[in-house]
Design a protein around this ligand. Structure first.
Ligand SMILES: [Zn+2]
Length: 284
């Protein structure tokens, strides 16, 4: 499922293609993937709420959520869920309609630039589009209860967020109210890099551990963003290309393979209800 690096890589590519352009039309092929400004799946949608005749003023991200803001402060929070993606291409180029395409926007080109088509595709439909009325509505309703951005965390702030929790450190890292953006892949990668065992209780981490973990989270996420994220199956950038960070994984998906540090075999098991890979010798 897309985590912070995948969504940030998508955001960066989208910014280049759609920022400052105006939406001409929208087609909603599947109504129930959109929630109106009251959070309802069956409310009435208007074209301006979906961006029609509006200029795309910002393309943002908060944790694992993508945000498209139009003139007047209205906009969309896009949750990619398990398998969601955004595709952008030349609207004039004829091609087959991708399966599981739920919404399609036609975006004006402006002088000498071609008209674009932006599509939201989500086979498993755990994702969705949440409309907001204003930036305040977005932050206080749609995105409420999110912790600080994982890319900005330092040891001190991380310690404050953990609040002497008895939960396993991996469980705490996955909790979006504690820290926004980390899922299963980047929890395993960050804990490996920091040399911290995933099942260790959070309260057991001292100041040095917290500093090391915060630095590992930042480094891991930065490298992953630069690589366009990890493509296991569904993740694609808006131009259709895959993320290449999978080749750089040190822990995730490497069960039974030699540890990149000590060469002993990597362990796996269930921690925080999720499949987890770690090195028995390098992570304490
Ligand atoms: Zn090792």
């Amino acid at each position: 499922m897309p985590e912070l690096p995948e969504v940030e890589a998508i955001r960066r590519q989208l910014t280049v293609s759609i920022l400052d352009r105006t939406v001409e039309r929208v087609r909603v092929h599947r109504r129930d993937v959109v929630r109106d400004t009251h959070g309802r799946r069956r409310g009435r949608l208007t074209d301006p709420q979906l961006g029609v005749d509006r200029r795309i003023r910002r393309v943002d991200r908060r944790g694992k959520q993508l945000i498209i803001e139009f003139d007047h402060g209205q906009g969309l929070v896009i949750r990619l869920g398990m398998s969601g993606r955004i595709e952008v291409g030349d609207a004039g180029r004829r091609r087959s309609v991708p399966p599981h395409r739920h919404l399609a926007w036609t975006i004006a080109g402006g002088s000498s630039r071609s008209t674009l088509r932006m599509e939201f595709i989500d086979p498993r439909r755990f994702g969705g589009i949440h409309l907001f009325k204003s930036p305040e509505d977005r932050d206080q309703r749609v995105l409420r209860n999110l912790g600080p951005e994982a890319t900005l965390i330092d040891g001190k702030a991380l310690g404050e967020r953990l609040k002497a929790s008895r939960r396993a450190i991996k469980a705490v890292l996955l909790d979006q109210q504690v820290l926004a953006g980390i899922g299963n892949i980047y929890a395993d990668e960050s804990l490996f890099r920091a040399g911290i065992r995933p099942e260790r209780p959070a309260f057991d981490l001292n100041e040095q551990d917290l500093e090391r973990l915060a630095a590992s989270i930042r480094t891991t996420l930065e490298h992953a963003i630069d690589a366009g994220g990890t493509t296991l199956r569904d993740h694609r950038l808006p131009d259709g290309s895959a993320g290449t960070f999978g080749a750089g994984h040190l822990a995730y998906g490497r069960s039974g393979q030699p540890c990149t540090h000590c060469r002993k075999s990597m362990n796996s098991g269930i921690v925080a209800g999720r499949s987890t890979t770690w090195c028995e010798f390098c992570q304490r």
